[in-house]
Design a protein around this ligand. Structure first.
Ligand code: ADP
Ligand code: MG
Length: 139
């Protein structure tokens, strides 16, 4: 496995830029597993990913009630938030594996996945206080 890339960002814009840069390198069928507390910047990172995939970053929001959103781009982006799912069985029902057909899939609260997914990149975001975030990308 490649060594992790660890970056500290000091603004939301820098986190967007990192998400954008990562997404530009991704093939359809890749799962991006986002870990981090509420407000860490997972959705911000996905907004950057949308830009990198040629989708409209303005469409990317924190899905409060919506679990799954699809964005059209050069490569389609599927955005999943598992925050409200409390059991592995419920996650199973989503059919996550199939979502990778032809799309990049970004999953917030990936710690709730019952088992690992193939073709995944893990992104861990830690709030260091203020606007600082330590972002670890493991691919
Ligand atoms: P999450 O999806 O992890 O709950 P959001 O992306 O919705 O988090 O929110 C992150 C919040 O933190 C936003 O209000 C954003 O403006 C703020 N923020 C401050 N600094 C940063 C940073 N370096 N990277 C990302 N977000 C940041
Ligand atoms: Mg979020």
């Amino acid at each position: 496995m490649a060594s992790p890339e660890i970056v500290t960002t000091s603004s939301e814009q820098e986190t967007l830029a990192l998400g954008r840069r990562l997404a530009e390198t991704l093939q359809p069928g890749t799962f991006v597993l986002l870990h981090g507390d509420l407000g860490a910047g997972k959705t911000a990172f996905v907004r950057g990913m949308a830009a990198g995939l040629g989708a409209d970053p303005g469409d990317v929001s924190s899905p409060t009630f919506v679990l799954i959103q699809h964005y059209k781009g050069r490569v389609p982006l599927t955005h999943v938030d598992l925050y409200r799912l409390d059991s592995g069985a419920a996650v199973d029902d989503l059919g996550l594996e199939e979502m990778g057909n032809g799309a990049v899939v970004a999953i917030e609260w990936a710690e709730r996945l019952p088992r690992p997914l193939d073709n995944s990149v893990t992104v861990k975001i830690e709030d260091l206080g203020g606007d600082s975030r330590r972002i670890t990308v493991l691919r």
